[in-house]
Design a protein around this ligand. Sequence first.
Ligand code: ADP
Ligand code: NA
Length: 330
Amino acid sequence: LDRPRVLSGIQPTAGSFHLGNYLGAVRQWVALQESHDAFYMVVDLHAITVPQDPTALRANTRLAAAQLLAAGLDPERCTLFIQSHVPEHAQLAWVMNCLTGFGEASRMTQFKDKSAKQGADRTSVGLFTYPILQIADILLYQAHQVPVGEDQRQHIELTRDLAERFNGRYGDTFTVPAPYILKETGKVYDLQDPTVKMSKSASSAKGIINLLDEPKTSAKKIKSAVTDTDTVIRYDAEAKPGVSNLLTIYSTLTGESVTDLEKKYEGKMYGALKTDLAEIMVDFVTPFRDRTQEYLDDPETLDSVLAKGAEKARAVAAETLASTYERIGF
Ligand code: ADP
Ligand code: NA
């Protein structure tokens, strides 16, 4: 109880995690399980905001859990579970829906972007209220911090507003959470268009590194990453976004500082940096793929990890929901 609590989630829909998911979020989840009381989940309820094939959804949900274990989550050190196994998420989400203004929900930029792409008739109301389910996800666990990428900042801000609103109206009930977003890796950029974030929905095949792809494929994508017509290997996010993105990835995967990398590659060409980073990427994804496969090949262990996780999560979630209901007058 002394350790601060963290909560975060990842969608199962893409199959493979991409490098942005890993560097922006999952890597921090692994680190925080050592110092925090950590709750991590695969958010299958969020996944159905867009149509999903049931067989594929079930398989991808397990695949996401296997990847989280492969990335280094340890069920002895954190609580790993599937969102739909804990019905309190949907129950608290209704309460939060009723406390959120239509106007403030309408200001969520991620919804505006996604719905504009899909068109109003193909956009579900669930996609609109997605951030409100996310609010329930976080508040149920009384999380102090939420390790996510920069794209989630607005949703965490809304979560804080709603926690304060509920506490103000009904009395202290929820911990007001803070975003945990690293400056360096909060936004990993597309390899072909380094001015936009790497994303499963918007990136081209060459712009995104999927961790479960053939290692050779990922190496090739690094080698053909867009840089610039200059030749100097220097971190400058504004003027040299492509090179800077590669330096960030390199630095995060190896632990070498960007300053040290600038020195190491002084007078060298972009090709040298890319060749080395491609090799680093292969060394990173190869064991990740192998470990993911090992967890998939042992369904009993995976089931048991997820069942225990759901039980631990439900104990916390049920307590929060009960006190929330009580305060509301249920
Ligand atoms: P996506 O954003 O690709 O749809 P999710 O919504 O499941 O994937 O995001 C899972 C986590 O990965 C979130 O915390 C999100 O902020 C983070 N994330 C996604 N893309 C990036 C990126 N390009 N850079 C940093 N973090 C990212
Ligand atoms: Na998330």
